[in-house]
Design a protein around this ligand. Structure first.
Ligand SMILES: [Zn+2]
Length: 265
């Protein structure tokens, strides 16, 4: 509890901002899922792209969409340890807190850089996945989509990369890889949500790289107020109304607790 007590003022400030907001949006990154056992290779708040970068230049090359096209089997083998962790991962307290805040009307949507679907499993309804999702996979030749999980289970059982039943092409999970275009639809939805937001609750991301920069710029231009929850400093701390240097799995439930207590009175 010591850590929590040290941050009481900031947590109360964050709860107050959410209580008084008309339209708040959460923006989440890899830090949300570290407590669910999905590794965050370069410290809190780093996503898939940064993980590939951290592994070295060769890995960036190997993790691009172009490399997938050349050798999808090698891609699957490299991603195997991560896939194995993702299939057993369960949502944690941070995901559940955001699900509760949305159900109670304190936030309107979650924009996430994660593809692990843990937000939806924790009750979030309006989830915008700017780095794609592991829910489905698409054939890189004929673009037919299939649910990814059965394909992944098969791969983890026999080690043979999933192929399209119709044309034999490689099935690529619908995660956006480096070198691949971001989903226009998801980015537009994210920008639209941010444009209407008066509060942006940024959690578990350092905001470095990826689409984060563009989206946060949008928020900045709209004069949205920022709440930041991350274990390490982020690029936007100086512009935020409340900054909580804590594990999201402790801080977000603490914010939800305050708002829940207020409702009871
Ligand atoms: Zn196909």
């Amino acid at each position: 509890m010591r850590q929590l007590l040290d941050h009481t003022t900031e947590i109360e400030q964050a709860a107050k901002l959410l209580r008084n907001s008309l339209s708040a949006i959460a923006f989440t990154g890899a830090g949300l899922s570290t407590s669910s056992g999905i590794p965050d290779f370069r410290g809190p708040g780093k996503g898939l792209w940064e993980r590939l970068e951290a592994a070295g230049a060769d890995e960036v090359q190997a993790g691009t969409i172009q490399a997938f096209g050349r050798d999808p089997q090698a891609f699957y083998e490299r991603m195997k340890p991560l896939f194995q962790k993702i299939i057993v991962a369960e949502p944690n307290e941070a995901h559940f807190a955001l699900g509760e805040l949305e159900a109670k009307g304190y936030i309107q949507a979650v924009i996430t850089q994660n593809a692990d679907m843990l937000h939806q499993r924790a009750g979030s309804k309006n989830v915008i996945e700017v780095h794609g999702s592991l829910a489905e996979a698409t054939c890189i030749q004929c673009y037919r989509s299939k649910t990814f999980r059965p394909l992944l289970d098969q791969y983890l059982a026999d080690g043979i990369m999933p192929r399209c039943r119709e044309c034999g092409g490689a099935m690529k999970p619908n995660v956006i890889l480096p070198g691949e275009q971001l989903s226009m639809q998801a980015m537009l939805a994210a920008k639209q949500a941010i444009r209407h937001a008066d509060i942006l609750l940024i959690a578990g991301t350092s905001l470095a790289g990826g689409p984060a920069t563009t989206l946060i710029d949008t928020a900045y231009l709209q004069n949205s107020r920022l709440i930041i929850v991350n274990q390490t400093p982020t690029l936007m701390d100086a512009s935020a109304e409340a900054v909580i240097y804590m594990d999201v799995a402790a801080a977000l439930p603490a914010i939800a607790d305050i708002l829940r207590e207020e409702r009871k009175r």
